[in-house]
Design a protein around this ligand. Structure first.
Ligand code: MEV
Length: 304
């Protein structure tokens, strides 16, 4: 059984697509996958009740079919294989579900073939899958899914792990609507085409916030990290990536003691991440968000 974690971007989504720095960490939950030789190639995605047969698709040009074919081709796996995926994270919530599926599948293929790809090789292979769902992935999702941990990512430079002075206690809450990363990235690209200076300025500011946030994490300055997350959210909202529901969830998190919060991932729905000073506050935020109908969970990241 192969595993790959989901991720949460603490600061820097979208800016990372424009070559800037993002701060992200792996979750303690994600995707498990298995691969077995079989008579025909088959992928079952258990949580969504989806079953597909790549290479026999007839008129099936669904992204998931194309992505499976692209992944198997990139891996160089030419024999029929039965793939099975189960998930402990929701899809379309900005928690890196798609990248974690790809990484878990590559690891499952490695278990089957006895190959031992490095984390960087696994992330690269997984991009074949990601490109089908979103044309210009920065690579942050596949990198975190393959490397795990907490750190800074920049396309071309890769991942630099950082050591948190204190583990971070986060509350992750679903806004109840999913969004397509591809659509949201295109939404920003349209604004960039219209007004490149404005969007570049926003991305440059987000880069500075992410770098400062990384120092705040290393030095255990939680209040500062929360404030930086709030500022990052405002910049993302200025790019029209927030929603009314995300703003409501932010209000609830703030009322119950969050040090800061922001949308995480592509936005336009998806999830909120809030920073709590301790476990008790995190529980209070989680309970309040759940009472408002949101699926929420507490996660600790950056523990040694
Ligand atoms: C998606 O998790 C993060 C985005 O920045 C897209 C990407 O980096 O490829 C929105």
């Amino acid at each position: 059984m192969a595993f790959a974690p989901g991720k949460v971007i603490l600061l820097g989504e979208h800016a990372v697509v424009y070559g800037r720095t993002a701060l992200a960490c792996a979750l303690d939950r994600g995707i498990t996958a298995t691969a077995e030789r079989s008579a025909r190639t088959h992928l079952r995605l258990e949580p969504w009740g989806l079953s597909i047969t790549p290479f026999e698709r007839g008129d099936d040009h669904a992204d998931i079919t194309l992505a499976t074919e692209a992944l198997l081709a990139a891996y160089g796996f030419g024999e029929p294989v039965s793939l099975f995926v189960s998930a402990q994270i929701p899809a379309g919530n900005g928690l890196g579900c798609s990248a974690a599926i790809a990484v878990a599948l590559v690891r499952a293929l490695d278990e089957l073939t006895g190959a031992a790809h490095t984390a960087d090789e696994i992330a690269d292979l997984s991009l074949a899958w990601e490109r089908v769902f979103h044309g210009t992935p920065s690579g942050i999702d596949t990198t975190i899914a393959s490397r795990g941990g907490l750190g800074l990512f920049r396309t071309g430079e890769g991942f630099s792990p950082i050591l948190a002075r204190h583990p971070l206690t986060l509350v992750v809450a679903s806004s109840g609507t999913t969004s397509s990363t591809k659509t949201m990235v295109e939404h920003v690209a349209t604004q960039h085409a219209r007004n490149p200076e404005r969007v570049e300025r926003a991305m440059e500011s987000i880069d500075a916030l992410a770098r400062n946030a990384s120092l705040a994490v290393e030095h255990g300055r939680l209040a500062e990290l929360g404030a930086l997350m709030d500022l990052n959210h405002s910049l993302l909202a200025s790019l029209m990536l927030s929603t009314e529901r995300l703003e409501t969830l932010r209000g609830i998190a703030r009322e119950h003691g969050a040090l800061g919060s922001k949308l995480t991932g592509a936005g336009g729905g998806g999830a909120l991440v809030a920073l709590a000073v301790d476990d008790e506050t995190a529980r209070a935020i989680e309970v309040a968000l759940k009472a408002d109908g949101s699926e929420a969970f507490v996660v600790k990241v950056g523990a040694p």
